[in-house]
Every structure is written in structure tokens, then in C-alpha cells.
Design a protein around this ligand. Structure first.
Ligand code: AHR
Length: 674
């Protein structure tokens, strides 16, 4: 590497030359991406536009016994716990909710029956569900209530109400259900008059019996409204727009640990997540172990169909991750024997996923299911992950078998291999040693690191000496913080601090400098409902009404939106604690400068190509006087202030003062093409 500028030495010299004329190494077109896992209520309660909690009376949660045994949890086999009436409350004369149905039907087997006298009421508070009325209702944004309904003991009238926490009515509408055993789709339009947390209430003014299933309450401004492709699950618009703002090139999905499952039975089943909503089979979410009563279900209203559509809409390359036939090795010892029918199913499920996404509906039954949803054209599919944080020989053997089947069935996919939970050590070395034997750039090794800000700064040069020409790197999960996995509130460490965001920016200069071997990166976790009380340090916070990108998200966005196509080397020396990287396209040069110190730093850049006009800089800087690692409240996060500056160029040189604790993205037009 010729870029000594980033290897800062304690010296007063601060002049660097930008060798834009000799930029040959390509920047990976997949920098930067997203990792979306259903953690922190990011699906149900988050991206899922349906505001009803346990909408189909199929509620399935983590067995509460697991929680009691949590100290031993890492080795405790766990089973599903059905609690089909959870999140539904009754009130009024003789009101009663029964959940009826059968397990014999693999999906959509159960429904709710409300009986009672005049005024019998069924209430749902939405998400998170343990904090009273939580359905986010906004004045002027209509909501559409729909359900499957029937009146088995005579026709019934139903009054649909949105009731604010203060007891006042926010919106109301009615529907009627004909008598009989036939299910019909009922619709009621609600026009809220206030912006408020509310509850959904279904009231029987005349009493009687009402059967209900597939209850949905969807704001009219959801993503994809009016688009026939969006025929099943729907996304909340403001959250999708926040993802789009990060300019992502790919999205990894569905995890994370939920790919593997707490047990093999709990592993994410993509087949249960596509097709008509009413036929999807929910599962409990293993992150429920950190929620009251294990209260975290995966309704799968957001499944693989919606994920591929989202990738299409935001121009992201899909990167589905499939099970390697191993439960989460951190929590379980469950392993699928490679010679049995269960492992054949693991392999076949992977091949079927590829067929579902890319096959011809005329000849392939899985592709026909995709087409039936509203997408007859194949989806893009070039990337596939096998396993999450799995490791060791037990993983590598399964990885190779699955990969061989995929290569035979669908050659040309880039395959992502796990290297375990840590960016060093035995498991990590085993994966890399194995990947090196693959000898081609169609293998990408997934590295995960949740480490301190100091570690990130120390590792800025991590990838400088990674061999080129073979397997590439995917930083599939990373964030600069001491792990903030759910722990008692009093022990929690500061999350999303300025210090973490600046340390990540410094590290990203090393990624950019090595963007020919670091093919992909995705921050983790992505989304966090502020009332979920789960993982503390995330990229974007939200609640029912607000979406708040963190300081860390601002850094991600800045790097993603100021990136060229070829790596530009830098020569010279920077002050200790200052880091730099650069890239260019034919007509644009981008330079990133990160000052991790608490004092201003002067830098002069000299560019070896003629520049076109003045330059500009976008600067993210710590607010004056803020403690970089300041502990914030549970909802409050430190912010970086954004500023835009014009940069004067004199004889190809630019001088500027880097603010303390800041990230600067400089952009220049290039006058000539070389
Ligand atoms: O990002 C949260 C979790 O951290 C992921 O599910 C897992 O892969 C990692 O341990």
C-alpha cells in the first residue's frame, strides 16, 4: 500500500498529495449496504405497516420457562409457546374472546370469536403491547381497517373505534357481517382527528357473535400504495424512506441469529414467509428472551416476498441468508446430521429459494408462487449467505455441501461464508483458511465485530495487507461500542455516542482504501423501536411517530453518498488521530478526512489532476463542548451537526481546518479524464 497518509504518525506535517491520476483499483459496487434483522421490534411494530398486534390469533412466543432458565439458557432446548389470545382484551357485558380453530391446518388455523351482550368490546393496543394504547394515529392520515369476518349465529353490526389513551374518540366507522359460516372481507375507513397513541376497539352494539381473523389496520400512506406488486405485507413509509436515505447498495436478510434459530425448529423458514398472508406460518422470535414474557413473535407479514420487493424499489442487491442446518452455536448444540433427510431438506430449501426468486413461473412451482403474488418477472439474485455466525468444521462441512448444490443448480452466485462471532481467533482463522482454498472472488467471508471505539481506531489498517485476487471481505455486522446486548438498565453503557460514530468513520477510511477487497459492509443492528428495550446501540431509532437516524447513521450516509468508483491513493503524513481516504469517478473526486482528536487540525491537500471549479465539503462535527462518550437518556442520542462549506482551490491545493471530532467529505470536479 502506498497510502501512508492514513498511517498517522505524531508529527506536525499535515500535507498530503492526492494521486487521482493513478487510480486503478476498483471500489466495490456493493459498498455500502444494510443488514435487516427482526430485532428491536423492527418488523412487527416497525416496518410492518399493520398496526395490530397478534393480528391473526396465531400468537406464538418463546416458552416462558426458557426465561426462568436463562442462566443455563445457552444449552436449554426450548419449544414454542402458543398464546393465541395475547394482546386482545375484552370488556363490556358478558364479553368473551375464544380462540377457535385447529392445528391440523398448518397456517391460518385459528381465529377469534367475540361473544357478549350489547357493547361487548375487543381491544388491541398495538406495539409494543405492554405499555397501554400504542397504535400510532396521525391526524389527517386515514387508516384502513380490514378483517376476515363472519356471523355464525346471525348477522352482526360492528363499530370500529380508535380510542385515545385519555378516553376520547379519535375515529370511528362501522361494518356489518352477514349471517352464516362464510368468511367475508370487511372494510372500514377511519379518519383520525388527532395525532395520538390509541387503541383499536371492535364493539358489538347489539351484542351477538363475531368471528374475526387477519385483522389489519394500515395507514393509507404506506410504502407501495396502489402498486399491484405490493399485494401482501406492506411497509411503513417513513422507515423505508430513512433506509433509502442511506443510499444502500444491498440488503442482508433475515438475520442474524434468527436465521439459525434458538433451536433448529426456530430457524427462519423462508417458505413460511411467502404467499398469501393468511397462509404464512408465524414463529416465535428468539430475541423474545429479552422481552417481558418472551413477548416477541414473527408474524411474517414481512417475509421474503416483501424483502425482495423492497430491494427492487430501493435499487438494492438482495442478499438472502439461509440456514446451514445449525442452530445458533452460541445458544445451542443442535446440529442437522449431514447424511439424513433433514439436511437434504436444508439443501432443497435453499435451491427452492433460488427458484422462487428467479425461476420461470411457467415451469417452476415456486416461481409460480412468486408470480401469484404480483411479480411474474424474476427478482435479481446474485448473492447468497449460508449460515450466520456459524463456525468450525461442523459449519464448513455443511457450507461446502450447500454451496456445491447451489453451484450445480445456479452457477454464478457469490456465496457468503460465516467466520463466527469475532474478528479473530480459532473459528475466524478456520473460515479464512478454508476461504483461501476456494481461490476465487465468488467467495466472500462475513466478519462480525462489535468492539470498542478504541479497537476500531486501532484497526484502521486492518485490511491493508489482506491478499487480493481471492476471497473478499463482507463486514456483515459491526458497530463501535462495548457490547450492549440486553443487560440490566443500571449496567448499560452509553450507546450511539459521538465517540463511536467518529471511530467508525476513521475505520471506514480503511475500508475505502481497501474497497477492492472489502466488497460489502452493513452496520448492525439497523432499526430500533425505542420502547423495545432490546439491543441498545443501533443505526436508526424510531417509535410509532418518529424516525431518528443516529450519529452513526449520519456517518454511514456520508460515506455512501460520497464514494467514487476507483480508489485514490494518498501520500504524506497526517497528525496522529487524523485519517483519510479518497476515491474518484471520471469527473469527480471525493476525499474523506476524519479528525478523532479533540483539537482542530490543519490539513493541506494537493491534487495531481486539474480540478474543475471550487470544491465543496460536507462536515459532520460534534457539537461544541459535548463529551464524546456522554451517556444519554434511553430515548436521547448524541447528534453530529452537519455543515456545508465551499472550498477554494489554489494551484491544485486546498487548505482546511478539520474541526475537533469531525468527519469531512470533500468533493471536487475533475477537469480532465485520465
Ligand atoms: O445484530 C444483532 C446480533 O448480533 C445478530 O443477530 C447476530 O448475528 C449477532 O450476534
Amino acid at each position: 500500500m502506498t497510502n501512508s497518509a492514513s498511517k498517522a504518525t505524531p508529527t506536525s506535517a499535515s500535507a498530503i498529495s492526492v494521486r487521482a491520476s493513478a487510480a486503478h483499483r476498483p471500489v466495490s459496487p456493493l459498498l455500502f449496504g444494510l443488514f435487516y434483522e427482526d430485532i428491536n421490534l423492527s418488523s412487527d411494530g416497525g416496518l410492518n405497516a399493520n398496526l395490530v398486534n397478534n393480528h391473526s390469533f396465531e400468537g406464538v412466543y418463546l416458552d416462558p420457562k426458557h426465561k426462568e432458565l436463562r442462566a443455563l439458557a445457552m444449552r436449554t432446548p426450548t419449544t414454542k409457546h402458543f398464546d393465541r389470545a395475547r394482546h386482545w382484551e375484552t370488556s363490556g357485558p358478558a364479553a368473551k374472546l375464544s380462540v377457535l380453530g385447529t392445528d391440523a391446518v398448518a397456517s391460518h388455523g385459528h381465529y377469534g370469536r367475540l361473544t357478549g351482550g350489547s357493547g361487548a368490546t375487543l381491544t388491541n393496543h398495538g406495539y409494543p403491547g405492554d405499555a397501554g394504547p400504542s397504535v400510532a394515529v396521525r391526524a389527517g392520515v386515514n387508516l384502513r381497517f380490514t378483517a376476515l369476518a363472519r356471523g355464525p349465529q346471525g348477522g352482526s353490526r360492528c363499530h370500529v373505534v380508535l380510542l385515545a389513551g385519555d378516553g376520547n374518540l379519535v375515529a370511528e366507522a362501522d361494518f356489518t357481517v352477514p349471517a352464516g359460516d362464510q368468511w367475508t372481507q370487511v372494510v372500514a375507513e377511519l379518519s383520525p382527528t388527532r395525532t395520538v397513541r390509541a387503541s383499536l376497539q371492535l364493539v358489538l352494539p347489539d351484542g351477538g357473535t363475531l368471528d374475526l381473523d387477519e385483522v389489519r389496520l394500515i395507514p393509507e400512506d404506506h410504502w407501495g400504495a396502489g402498486d399491484p406488486r405490493w399485494s401482501q405485507g406492506l411497509f411503513r413509509r417513513d422507515l423505508v424512506e430513512a433506509l433509502r436515505d442511506l443510499a444502500p447498495r444491498f440488503m442482508r436478510f433475515p438475520g442474524g441469529c434468527i436465521v439459525e434459530g434458538l433451536t433448529l425448529e426456530n430457524a427462519y423458514d423462508w417458505k413460511a414467509s411467502v404467499g398469501p398472508l393468511a397462509e404464512r406460518r408465524p414463529n416465535y422470535n428468539l430475541w423474545g428472551m429479552h422481552r417481558p414474557d418472551g413477548d416477541y413473535s414473527q408474524s411474517l407479514q414481512i417475509g421474503f416476498y416483501e424483502y425482495f420487493l423492497l430491494c427492487e424499489d430501493l435499487g438494492m442487491e438482495p442478499m438472502p441468508v439461509v440456514s446451514a442446518g445449525l442452530a445458533c452455536q452460541f445458544r445451542s448444540r443442535e446440529v442437522t446430521p449431514v447424511d439424513g433427510a433433514d439436511f437434504s431438506k436444508v439443501v432443497q430449501d435453499t435451491l427452492d429459494l433460488i427458484d422462487w426468486a428467479t425461476g420461470d413461473p411457467a415451469t417452476n412451482a415456486w416461481a409460480a408462487k412468486r408470480a401469484a403474488g404480483g411479480h411474474p418477472e424474476p427478482f435479481r439474485l446474485n448473492l447468497l449467505g449460508i449460515g450466520n455466525e456459524n463456525h468450525g468444521p461442523v459449519y464448513l462441512e455443511r457450507f461446502e455441501r450447500i454451496r456445491a448444490a447451489v453451484d450445480a443448480h445456479h452457477p454464478g452466485l457469490t456465496i457468503i461464508m460465516s467466520s463466527g462471532t469475532a474478528p479473530a481467533g480459532k473459528a475466524f482463522d478456520q473460515s479464512w483458511a478454508h476461504a483461501r482454498t476456494c481461490g476465487d472472488a465468488k467467495t466472500v467471508v462475513d466478519e462480525h465485530f462489535y468492539k470498542s471505539p478504541a479497537w476500531f481506531i486501532d484497526q484502521v489498517n486492518r485490511y491493508d495487507d489482506y491478499p487480493r485476487g481471492g476471497a473478499q471481505v463482507f463486514m456483515g455486522e459491526y458497530a463501535a461500542h462495548v457490547p450492549t446486548l440486553p443487560i440490566p438498565r443500571r449496567l448499560r453503557l452509553p450507546a450511539n455516542t459521538i465517540k463511536s460514530a467518529i471511530a467508525e468513520a476513521a475505520f471506514l477510511t480503511g475500508v475505502e482504501r481497501n474497497a477492492d477487497v472489502v466488497a460489502m459492509t452493513s452496520y448492525a443492528p439497523l432499526l430500533n423501536h425505542l420502547e423495545s428495550e432490546l439491543w441498545q446501540h443501533n443505526l436508526i431509532d424510531f417509535d410509532g411517530f418518529t424516525v431518528t437516524p443516529t450519529a452513526n447513521a449520519a456517518v454511514q450516509k456520508l460515506f455512501a453518498t460520497t464514494l467514487g468508483e476507483r480508489i485514490v491513493d494518498l501520500d504524506g503524513e497526517l497528525p496522529a488521530g487524523v485519517f483519510a481516504s479518497a476515491s474518484r469517478s471520471d469527473d469527480r473526486l471525493c476525499v474523506h478526512l476524519v479528525n478523532t482528536t479533540t483539537i482542530p487540525q490543519d490539513v493541506t491537500l494537493t491534487v495531481d489532476l486539474p480540478l474543475h471549479g471550487a470544491g465543496s465539503a460536507t462536515v459532520l462535527a460534534a457539537p461544541h463542548g459535548i463529551q464524546p462518550s456522554r451517556r444519554m437518556g434511553s430515548r436521547e442520542r448524541a447528534k453530529l451537526l452537519e455543515d456545508h462549506l465551499a472550498l477554494a482551490v489554489h494551484d491544485g491545493a486546498v487548505s482546511l481546518t478539520l474541526r475537533p471530532q469531525s468527519v469531512s467529505a470533500l468533493e471536487f470536479g475533475l477537469a480532465s479524464v485520465s
